[in-house]
Design a protein around this ligand. Sequence first.
Ligand code: ZN
Length: 61
Amino acid sequence: MTQRTSPTPRSCPNCDGFASAAITTGGRNHRGHLHTITADCPACHGTGTRTTRRNWEGARV
Ligand SMILES: [Zn+2]
């Protein structure tokens, strides 16, 4: 009955749950909106949660 309980929380340790960040590039597009780009955490691919290890590691760096 020794279940493997992970001591780490389920949130991604790389981004601590903040998987996506909107970054303003400082400019505006032709409609006057702020031009933002969304950066996803490369570790969790923008999910904010860490899935099973073998799911992502090995598939892609
Ligand atoms: Zn992450």
